[in-house]
Design a protein around this ligand. Sequence first.
Ligand code: TYD
Length: 205
Amino acid sequence: MGVFLTMEGPDGAGKSTQIELLRDYLSRKGYDIIVCREPGGTKISEAIRQVILNKDFTEMSHMTELLLYTAARAQLMEEVIRPALKEGKVVICDRFVESSAVYQGIARGMGIELVYEINQYAIGDTLPDLTIMIDLDAKTGISRKKEQAELDRMEREALDFHEKVVKGYREIAALHPERIYKVDGHQTIEEIHKKIAAAVDKIIS
Ligand code: TYD
């Protein structure tokens, strides 16, 4: 079996940059790596992403949102993640079930039990070997996003929502310290990378 790594954090935490650095680090070590993102990563999941993040769909119910993220995840598991793990690859996924636990379970108030229960149907027993969580305050995260491009439906939520997300990540990380590695996103890119690489080394070698 391969190794399943997921990268989590609030909007603007710097996940993509860290995923690229981790990919380079692990490929220099000779690992066969696949990187995917959520919601997305397959033709169907990317189509679901267009629906979820469409800034005009402001009437979307919280349950629809939860089910759509879970549906996108089910397809990605089936088509990409499980086959890659079977082939012995290292899978790095940009967001996974912890995003649903935090955004839908905590920030939207649906409850983390419900989120994990529904996600059982999508992920079964394929859980990440390690989840890396970049911790960053909401104001910094959202102002980074604003500099980049037009904000999507989730990013347009009020600061109060993003503060709940940040707090939610801290709660989830504290609940599962054995499988979630929390790293302070206010450090330099290089410092964060070194810490992530060391945490991954521990479970991979
Ligand atoms: P994306 O542009 O991928 O954000 P980022 O670059 O910050 O990862 O958009 C994904 C958005 O969807 C992001 O705001 C987090 C949210 N999200 C959930 O609310 N629940 C989920 O299960 C997932 C995977 C993402």
